[in-house]
Design a protein around this ligand. Structure first.
Ligand SMILES: Cc1cc2nc3c(=O)[nH]c(=O)nc-3n(C[C@H](O)[C@H](O)[C@H](O)COP(=O)(O)OP(=O)(O)OC[C@H]3O[C@@H](n4cnc5c(N)ncnc54)[C@H](O)[C@@H]3O)c2cc1C
Length: 358
C-alpha cells in the first residue's frame, strides 16, 4: 500500500492513481489540481483530514532529495517501521526547500472509505465545542475525519456576502461545527453518527443540527466552510493568520485578540474559523486600512506566543513570518535550525532567506 511519485506530480494525479488501485491517498486541499508533491512535502501541507491521517509528514514513508552540494540522498523507505539510524527524510519535510530539493517520494496509502456522514451543528459556547469534539472522538473513534468550527463572526459574514449560500438554520448561534466521519459500512456508520449527535442534542451540548441527506447537502455545508475564498476580495486589505494552540486555549485567545484590537483600532472585522480538531485557527482581520496590517500582525503573533502557540499551523514561515518565528521557537531551537542550514547549505543557495537567516 505505497505509491512512488516524482516531485512534480500534481496532488490530484496522485489521488486518482491511488483510487485507480482501489486505495486512498488521504491528503486533500483546495489547490489539489495545481500543487505538486515536492511543494506539499516542503510545506508539510495539512488539508482537511489531519485529525484522522495527520499532516503530509505522516504520509511520507521515504524520499529522495538533492543537497546543495549535489549529493543525492536516496532514502526511499517503504516500511512503516524503520528505526535504523536518523530519520533523514524529516530534514526535507516542512523545511520549505531550505535544506535540499525533493525529487521523489514514497507515499503511504490507505483502504478506501466509501461511507461518509456529514453534519452542521450549532453550539452555544466554546465549552460545548470542546465537549462535542471529545464525544465525537469517543463515539466515532478513528472515523472522525473533520471537525471544523466557525465562529458567528465568520459564518454570518459568509452567509450575508456569498449570494448562493443560505444558512440551514432559522436563527443565528455563537458557534457552528462542521463534522464529518468516513468509514467502510454505510448503515452502521450512519446509525452511530446519528446516535452520537442525538445524545449531544439531548444533553444540550448542541443546540441544533442538520445531517446531510445527499452529496449536494455535503457540498453546501463545505461551501460555507470554504466560503472564505469568495469573500477575501471584498475584505481587502486584510491580515490573514494561520495559528495553532491547544483547543482549551482557543476561546481565551480569540477573546484577548478581540480586546487588544478593539483597544487599538476603531473599526475591526475579525473572522475566525479553523480546523479546531487539529488545533488550527484561521483569522482574517481588517480595519480597511492597509497600513494597519503590520500592527495587527504584531499584536496577534505576540498574543499567540503568550499562549505558547504556533505562528504558523500549516502555511509555513517563508520570508513573511520569519520575524515572528521567535514567538514560537526558543533561542536554542533557532540556533539549531541555523546550524543545520549552515552545515547543509553553507552558501545559502537553497531558498535563501526563508524560514531563518544564517
Ligand atoms: C486554494 C488553496 C488551498 C489550500 N489549502 C491548504 C490547506 O488546507 N492546508 C495546507 O496546509 N495548505 C493549503 N494550501 C497551501 C498548500 O499547502 C500549498 O499551496 C502547497 O502545499 C504547496 O505546493 P505547491 O506545489 O503549490 O508548492 P509551491 O508553492 O511551488 O512551493 C512551496 C514551497 O515549497 C518549495 N518547494 C517546492 N517544490 C519543492 C521541491 N521539490 N523540493 C524542495 N522544496 C520545494 C518552494 O520553494 C516553496 O518554498 C492551499 C493553497 C491553495 C492555493
Amino acid at each position: 500500500m505505497t505509491l512512488t511519485a516524482l516531485a512534480g506530480t500534481p496532488l490530484q494525479v496522485i489521488q486518482e492513481a491511488a483510487e485507480a488501485a482501489g486505495l486512498l491517498f488521504p491528503l486533500d486541499l483546495g489547490a489539489r489540481g495545481t500543487c505538486q508533491l515536492g511543494g506539499l512535502i516542503a510545506t508539510n501541507a495539512g488539508g482537511t483530514q489531519v485529525i484522522r491521517f495527520g499532516m503530509t509528514r505522516n504520509l511520507v514513508l521515504g524520499l529522495e532529495a538533492v543537497l546543495a552540494d549535489g549529493t543525492v540522498i536516496s532514502s526511499m523507505n517503504r516500511m512503516l517501521k524503520n528505526n535504523a539510524g536518523y530519520d533523514l527524510k524529516q530534514l526535507f519535510i516542512g523545511t520549505e526547500g531550505t535544506l535540499g530539493v525533493v525529487t521523489r517520494a514514497v507515499l503511504r496509502l490507505f483502504p478506501r472509505l466509501p461511507s461518509k456522514c456529514t453534519a452542521l451543528c450549532t453550539l452555544a459556547s466554546f465549552a460545548d465545542v470542546v465537549a462535542l469534539l471529545r464525544q465525537m472522538q469517543t463515539k466515532m473513534g478513528d472515523s472522525l475525519s473533520a471537525y471544523e468550527v466557525m465562529w458567528a463572526s465568520y459564518f454570518d459574514y459568509v452567509i450575508e456576502h456569498v449570494e448562493k449560500l443560505r444558512s440551514p438554520f432559522e436563527r443565528t448561534f455563537p458557534l457552528y461545527a462542521l463534522i464529518e466521519t468516513e468509514g467502510t459500512d454505510s448503515a452502521d456508520d450512519t446509525e452511530r453518527f446519528e446516535n452520537a449527535l442525538g445524545s449531544a442534542l439531548e444533553s444540550g451540548v448542541i443546540q441544533d443540527a442538520v445531517i446531510a441527506q445527499s452529496e449536494k447537502d455535503v457540498q453546501t455545508f463545505w461551501a460555507i466552510r470554504d466560503g472564505i475564498a469568495e469573500i477575501t476580495p471584498g475584505l481587502m486589505p486584510y491580515a490573514s493568520l494561520d495559528v495553532s494552540m491547544t483547543v482549551t486555549d482557543m476561546p481565551g485567545f480569540v477573546e484577548q485578540i478581540d480586546k487588544a484590537l478593539a483597544a487599538q483600532f476603531d473599526l475591526i472585522t475579525n473572522l475566525v474559523f479553523g480546523h479546531v480538531g487539529d488545533n488550527n485557527l484561521h483569522l482574517f482581520i481588517t480595519t480597511g486600512v492597509e497600513s494597519d496590517i503590520d500592527q495587527i500582525l504584531d499584536t496577534v503573533y505576540k498574543i499567540t506566543g503568550d499562549y505558547q502557540g504556533s505562528v504558523s499551523a500549516e502555511h509555513g514561515i517563508g520570508t513573511l513570518k520569519r520575524a515572528y518565528l521567535h514567538y514560537s521557537r526558543n533561542d536554542e531551537e533557532l540556533e539549531l535550525m541555523r546550524r543545520l542550514k549552515r552545515t547543509l547549505d553553507p552558501n545559502g543557495i537553497l531558498n535563501g532567506g526563508r524560514v531563518i537567516q544564517i
